[in-house]
Design a binder for this molecule. Structure first.
Ligand code: F6R
Length: 606
């Protein structure tokens, strides 16, 4: 992952680089660093941990220089120490890198054999040494970078500056995104347009294999062979405003509270509430001509895909394969020519999801993407963009983006069902109405957080927690477990309730809380049978349901009531209690809720 930025400025650039890095901290926060060209020499400041540590260091020891690069790190090779923090440099070259140089061991051995000494455990350092070795043979900076790029395998976005070159910066892209920002007498590089938004909205996105030579007033893009290529200059809509927490303690809870509004906003984009109809915003997708849909995504977005499978199969009678993107990309699954692949991604930059998209494209699939960031690589490489209107999601644990993904996929289900003659006008009206009530139901849940706060203290003492759900609510059990483990670090697993007796029931004793997602739908009685099996073995049951806990017919340790809703929209409603439970548990335990350890918001490495 990691975020990179580079500025060829008119004045000292360190403060602007920090500003841009703040916007990229979602890509990693293990360490941060900046290097500038000062009086012909390279100088750098690096600090372990969050960006505020680097800011404090810069206050004590400022960096001057009008040309500089910066980095915020999510560690891949080498622990997250200051020593391993980027920029990496030699006397003549400084480099920041997002991605993984896969052949770095071989390159390092080669360089070591010819006398190079390494001072970090990173893969990136080889890039600085390779360029330096070329420079030492008399190559110009441009030729040295070109020769070096030819040696690199793997995924990289790079920004490079040189001692003695105050008006030169070189960028390269192979995999992770890289954007050039055009200023007036200034030039920028950044992992995304949002990072550059305070400085410019005039952006050129580099294609894979591109590298770019920048001065303050010129951009020269080259392809892998070194030929000059044209890349469009576009206007970005990324906002320069930094999102703040308002009066909330964390971004995560703010984003949980935003759900009624952003779901409403997203739904109204796809549904005509007045007519009780779904709008056809799917572009050229004709579901009546499609016999199978493939959905691919990672993490929480994958669970949205799983839920969509239940929806599409039940309401549109359309078979769906749903695959974790990191598996799909290498599975070599045959795909029906002319079929539809839907990828789901908040960031639109997840490396595995992007690779799954490209695989599906190669198999002749039409690609629709459900994305939150419309200018992302995934959006740009899709045939049809189905935006979620969740607004920027800052908390690393996805909340509002997930329920907005569900909103889009529910609307798409209606469209598919309609086009395939499986949903008639009366049913369409009923389902649109059920969706229109989702924001109200979520608001009701959010009115009383006290039961969640009380339960959080109990959960915080658990070593393991099980989440159970059946049918379309099984993915909600998995989402609940994922939320809890990522922000509270408590081990949790989501299981299909009927699967419990095939193994995991052995874990049950009085120390294991079992959280049951139990909507009052046609599977309720089946779920209750499984709850009773847990109760019979002393398990402590937390019951999330719109129905009275007494109907469980066994002792319930805690009950989290949910408003009565149509089972079609159940996943949207039942998500909120599992989000709140994870949030309050993490707050009680004092973890870093918005930036949990080891994680990053956008996963641009595989
Ligand atoms: C969990 C979470 C992750 C993401 C996953 C995919 O709370 O946020 O599991 O859902 O990394 O990210 P996107 O949606 O950006 O592709």
């Amino acid at each position: 992952m990691c975020g990179i930025v580079g500025i060829l400025g008119r004045d000292a650039v360190a403060a602007d680089i920090v500003d841009a890095l703040k916007r990229l901290e979602y890509r990693g926060y293990d360490s941060a660093g900046i290097a500038t060209v000062q009086d012909g020499h390279l100088d750098r400041r690096r600090a372990e941990g969050k960006l505020r540590n680097l800011e404090a260091l810069l206050n004590e020891a400022p960096l001057v220089g009008r040309t500089g690069i910066g980095h915020t790190r999510w560690a891949t090779h080498g622990p997250p120490t200051e020593r391993n923090a980027h920029p990496h440099m030699t006397d003549g070259v400084s480099v920041v890198h997002n991605g993984i140089i896969e052949n770095f061991r071989e390159l390092k051995d080669e360089l070591t054999a010819s006398g190079t000494t390494f001072s970090t455990d990173t893969d990136t350092e080889v890039v600085a040494h390779l360029i330096t070795r070329e420079r030492n043979t008399g190559a110009s900076p441009v030729d040295a970078v070109h020769a070096t790029l030819k040696r690199l395998e793997g995924a990289f976005a790079l920004a490079i500056v040189f001692a003695g070159e105050d008006n030169l910066m070189i960028g390269a892209r192979n995999g992770p995104p890289l954007a050039v920002g055009h200023g007036t007498g200034e030039m920028y590089l950044g992992s995304d347009a949002v990072a550059l938004a305070p400085f410019t909205d005039t952006i050129t996105y580099l294609d894979d294999g591109d590298w770019v030579i920048l001065t303050r007033d010129s951009m020269d893009v080259r392809d892998a062979e070194g030929n000059a290529v044209e890349r469009a200059v576009t206007k970005s809509v990324a906002s320069a405003l930094m999102v703040d927490k308002g009066n909330h303690r964390h971004f995560m809870i703010k984003e949980i509270y935003e759900q009624p509004e952003v779901i409403s906003h997203t739904l109204s984009h796809y549904l005509d509430f007045a007519k009780g109809e779904v709008r056809d915003l799917s572009g050229s997708i004709d579901f009546s001509k499609i016999s199978r849909v493939t959905i691919s995504a990672c993490g929480t977005a994958y669970y949205a895909g799983m839920i969509a499978k239940y929806w599409f199969e039940k309401y549109a009678r359309l078979p769906v394969d749903v695959d974790v993107a990191s598996e799909m990309r290498y599975r070599e699954a045959p795909m029906e020519d002319g079929g539809l692949t839907i990828v789901v991604s908040q960031s639109g930059e997840t490396a595995d999801t992007l690779a799954a998209l490209r695989y599906a494209k190669g198999e002749g699939q039409k690609i629709a993407s459900v994305v939150n960031v419309r200018e992302s690589t995934i959006a740009r490489e899709s045939d049809v963009i189905l935006p979620t209107l969740a607004g920027p999601e800052i908390g690393v644990a996805s909340t509002k983006a997930f329920t907005c993904q569900l909103s889009v996929l529910a609307a798409l289900t209606l469209l598919a069902g309609k086009q395939r003659g499986r949903i008639d006008a009366t049913q369409e009206r009923r389902l649109v109405e059920a969706l229109s009530e989702v924001p109200r139901h979520i608001t009701t849940i959010l009115k009383d957080e006290a039961p969640y706060e009380a339960l959080a203290q109990d959960l915080s003492r658990a070593r393991d927690v099980l989440y159970l759900g059946r049918g379309i609510n099984f993915p909600i059990a998995m989402e609940g477990a994922l939320k809890l483990k990522e922000i509270s670090y408590i081990h949790a697993e989501g299981y299909a309730a009927g699967e419990l007796k095939h193994g995991p029931i052995a874990l049950i004793d009085e120390n294991v809380p079992v959280i049951v997602v139990a909507p009052d739908d046609d599977l309720f009685d089946k779920t209750i049978s499984n709850v009773q099996e847990v109760a019979a073995r002393g398990g402590r049951i937390v019951f999330i349901s719109e129905t009275d806990a007494e109907r469980a017919g066994c002792p319930i340790a805690a009950s989290l009531p949910v408003p009565k809703c149509d089972s079609f929209v159940g996943p949207l409603i039942y998500t909120v209690p599992v989000q709140l439970l994870a949030y309050h548990t993490a707050v009680f335990m004092g973890t870093d809720v918005d930036q949990p350890r080891n994680l990053a918001k956008s996963v641009t490495v595989e």
